[in-house]
Design a protein around this ligand. Structure first.
Ligand SMILES: [Zn+2]
Ligand SMILES: [Zn+2]
Length: 294
């Protein structure tokens, strides 16, 4: 990522990225050199007239490298954002060149975020519909039971504010959360806010909200994955399933398992992955709570 992304931004005419691209690349590549020459005076390549979501390899035209290379770069960047947003976010957050950081921010917000936000909202709506009508996304969702999860949620998505509210009714109580997508989504993390809760302790509720944000931030997860996790946590909690004493979530963020490892002494329950991580970081194999050897 740290080599690919600067190269793509360099091709897109972001001048501050050029210093990160090795000379070998630049000299062997016409478009790259023309892009960096122009970049001092002009804005990054204008992608507004092009569709970055698709790319026809056969349309690649070497006789007009000043268009072909930026378009290819634009499509590749879109592909990265759509498939491995977490990796792009890490690169962007850790990018020490302030100018480049800002340029990527505005490029993303201008050409890419609106497409990706729209895509998230549409696939969420589709996944909620019956599998037969919703196409691929819905079919996949149905297969994994996510569609059932979503159908038990009341979901409202606002395109204008890029905000999704989801509420879940349990008997007479309603639990509600809001997920806000930032303007430069997915570079910045989503905000998750609890709007309404009944019968859940503060620490547990906060762990659920963190889990929702974590699925999107750290696991390249979609809104669908995140909301489904929320629904399962709430549902299982009211069915009386105990949460993991390490992460306070019922459904594991790592592998979606339930806390099925029980300490023989203190009877506390843990997720396999949480326990494994604990053993590794503490370099011992004792229970996190009572310290009995496992
Ligand atoms: Zn856990
Ligand atoms: Zn124990």
């Amino acid at each position: 990522m740290e080599r690919l992304l600067p190269y793509l931004f360099h091709l897109l005419g972001i001048h501050s990225a050029s210093s990160l691209v090795t000379d070998a690349h630049t000299s062997s590549n016409q478009a790259a050199s023309s892009a960096s020459n122009d970049a001092k005076s002009v804005e990054p390549f204008d992608l507004s007239r092009w569709d970055v979501t698709e790319y026809q390899v056969t349309a690649f035209d070497l006789s007009s490298p000043e268009i072909s290379f930026p378009l290819l770069a634009g499509h590749l960047y879109y592909t990265c954002l759509a498939n491995v947003p977490s990796l792009v976010r890490i690169w962007w957050t850790e990018c020490k060149i302030r100018q480049l950081n800002l340029a990527v921010d505005s490029l993303t917000e201008k050409y890419f975020s609106p497409l990706l936000i729209n895509h998230e909202l549409i696939s969420l709506t589709k996944a909620q519909q019956a599998p037969a009508e919703g196409g691929q996304a819905a079919a996949a969702a149905a297969l994994s039971g996510i569609s059932d999860d979503l159908n038990q949620l009341q979901i409202k998505a606002s395109k204008a504010t890029s905000e999704i509210t989801a509420s879940f009714k349990i008997e007479d109580a309603t639990m509600e959360i809001a997920i806000r997508l930032p303007a430069n989504f997915p570079l910045r993390q989503v905000e998750v806010e609890g709007l309404q809760r009944v019968g859940v302790e503060d620490s547990r509720w906060r762990a659920w909200l963190l889990a929702v944000a974590g699925v999107i931030a750290a696991q390249n997860g979609s809104l669908i994955d995140a909301l489904s996790l929320f629904r399962r946590n709430v549902g299982l909690h009211f069915e009386g399933v105990e949460d993991c004493t390490i992460c306070y979530s019922i459904v594991s963020l790592q592998d979606r398992s339930l806390p099925n490892k029980t300490c023989k002494t203190c009877k506390n329950r843990f997720h396999g992955p949480c326990l494994y991580k604990w053993f590794k970081t503490s370099s011992s194999s004792s229970c996190p709570l009572c310290r009995t050897l496992w």
